[in-house]
Design a binder for this molecule. Structure first.
Ligand code: GLY
Length: 348
């Protein structure tokens, strides 16, 4: 078992271990448990037995739950059960469910206690840690939400054994990203055959990947500066998700997007980190993308959250563990995109 502290005004710990679900406990008499329809029944039953929730809310799987309509239904269920401000909301599932459940906790009665129990690799190393909660709008992803840190996060690595291999490799993108931006020891560990459910080193690699994020959000919860570095690879990734209508999953899009960011970094004078990002794509084996031109993706990249009045800023790397934010000339953006298309085609 590993325990990682997340500091700041509301500190909490992330417990990473095996056999955690049956031992969960919270100091609240009223508990609401929110979980996705596709979660294996044994996980729901274990948490139900441990926490005795008085409200159980099943929500649609993956991003199908991150809507205002689903949020509205969840909030109504909490109100119909007369939950008070002393209640706790527990989110059990992947990143979409923990984002939704955290936002339900942030908004019900102007804020109640939230506990997060991620059951996917992506949720453990990224979504469930750091206090970003929210839902999507038809106009875009994560456009409504709140910073609402959990009181505690439990990452039970046993839950990863039921994930389809492609979903596990999808989540590995965020752990690899933490290696690129802050802890290069993670790179070889994520690509190793030992990075797999059932292996004893898995827990420690996940804990070290979480520690990177915990450090960043401790220093910059509300993304005034450093937290933006966690978006390495995400500018193209968000565009790929949008342009493929989510056929490319988030983790797959981040895998592709990290390679583009590595090519941009090299063009802007940084070390050549493309061999690392190509090695990740070889490991991840993401779904093939449709043929794309720069014109297809640029409108989506231009809307990136890191844009300001002067244009889009990219997270780049001078070298491993040396991230920075920069504007990139359009000729470089386009040239690197052509190189990215070629690399992606030959790596498929
Ligand atoms: N997933 C990026 C962040 O939490 O800031």
């Amino acid at each position: 078992m590993r325990s990682i502290e997340v500091g700041g005004a509301q500190s909490y710990s992330v417990e990473v271990g095996s056999g955690l679900l049956p031992r969960l406990s919270v100091p609240h008499k009223q508990v609401a448990l929110i979980y996705p329809a596709d979660l294996p029944a044994q996980f729901v039953e274990q948490v139900q037995a441990a926490l005795s929730p008085i409200v159980m809310v099943e929500v649609p799987a993956r991003d199908g739950c991150k809507t205002l309509a689903v949020l509205s239904g969840v909030l109504s269920r909490l109100a119909q059960a007369n939950l008070t401000r002393a209640c706790a909301v527990v989110g059990l599932g992947g990143g979409a469910v923990t984002d939704l459940a955290g936002f339900a906790a942030a908004s019900y009665l102007r804020g109640v206690a939230y506990y997060s129990v991620p059951t996917t690799l992506l949720g453990m190393v990224d979504a469930a840690v750091g206090g970003k909660t929210g839902v999507n709008l038809p106009e875009g992803k994560n456009l409504v939400g709140a910073f609402w840190p959990p009181r505690q996060v439990w990452a039970d690595v046993d839950t990863l054994a039921t994930l389809p291999p492609a979903t596990f490799r999808e989540g590995a993108a965020e752990a690899y990203k933490h290696g690129l931006i802050a802890d290069p020891s993670l790179l070889a560990r994520v690509l190793s055959p030992d990075f797999a459910p059932g292996q004893t080193s898995l827990l420690h690699t996940i804990a070290d990947a979480i520690a990177v994020k915990a450090g960043v959000v401790t220093r910059d919860l509300t993304e005034q500066g450093e937290r933006a570095h966690l978006n390495f690879g995400h500018t193209l990734a968000h565009a790929l998700e949008a342009v493929t209508h989510q056929a490319a999953t988030h983790g797959e899009a981040v895998g592709y997007g990290m390679h583009y960011a590595a090519l941009l970094s090299r063009e802007m004078g940084g070390q050549d980190l493309a061999p690392h990002t190509l090695a990740f794509l070889k490991y991840q084996q993401p779904k093939a993308l449709p043929t794309l031109s720069f014109e297809d993706v640029w409108p989506y990249m231009a809307r990136d959250k890191k844009a300001d009045a002067e244009g889009v800023r990219f997270v780049l790397l001078h070298d491993l563990a040396r991230p920075y934010l920069a504007r990139v000339p359009s000729t470089v953006l386009r040239g690197a995109f052509e190189a990215w298309v070629e690399d992606v085609r030959s790596s498929a």
